[in-house]
Design a protein around this ligand. Structure first.
Ligand SMILES: O=P(O)(O)OC[C@H]1O[C@](O)(CO)[C@@H](O)[C@@H]1O
Length: 184
């Protein structure tokens, strides 16, 4: 038996995950065309603006049953015509798969929508903890003036279904109205 106590291969500290097999993906405004309501405001912004990044550790191939994934998403502060910077949002491809989110840094709102297009939302802040049931689409908006970071863990066979959201969006939008985040 090996008697050596090894260093961990990955370290998660503050809002940063680093180490072996950790990947980073970014989404710029140009990758989010069509998700914000105010198209004119969108066209007047720099398409290269960084909106969010996801640092993830996906230890098994996507689609594998029984595996679990981990990711840290960081959304920059900003808005398009008063609509806060947000993730694309998706249902899971395996629609009954669930997910945990938890807030690490900054302020935001988790927007949830079921298959009947009923929408509800939960505040996110450092320490907030969220269970996303199956059959529920999810999206996060940064409502603060600083970076919003949150962690997520989801099954490796969940997959992402962006189609419904790309076609019909969420039934409600999170807009800054006189400095107040309003779901309308
Ligand atoms: O995939 P989207 O909708 O761009 O949002 C990114 C979020 O989704 C996840 O990829 C997993 O559901 C998270 O890691 C991340 O927070």
């Amino acid at each position: 038996m090996d008697t050596i106590i090894n260093e961990p291969k990955r370290v998660f500290r503050d809002d940063h995950l680093g180490g072996e097999g950790v990947d980073k993906s970014i989404r710029k405004l140009k990758d989010l065309r069509g998700i914000f309501k105010d198209e004119r405001a969108f066209e007047n912004m720099d398409p290269e603006t960084l909106v969010y990044e996801v640092i993830s550790y996906l230890p098994v191939k996507e689609g594998t049953q029984g595996g679990v994934y981990f990711g840290v998403t960081s959304i920059f502060p900003g808005s398009v015509g008063g609509e806060y910077f947000m993730t694309k949002g998706h249902f899971h491809a395996m629609i009954d798969r669930t997910e945990f989110y938890w807030g690490i840094k900054g302020e935001g709102v988790l927007i949830l929508m079921d298959e009947q297009r009923r929408v509800w939302a939960e505040k996110m802040f450092p320490g907030s903890f969220h269970y996303i049931p199956g059959r529920v689409a999810h999206r996060v908006a940064n409502t603060g003036k600083e970076l919003l970071s949150f962690a997520a863990s989801w099954p490796s066979d969940a997959g992402h279904n962006y189609e419904e959201i790309a076609r019909n969006g969420f039934a409600k939008r999170l807009i800054d109205i006189n400095g107040v985040a309003s779901l309308i």
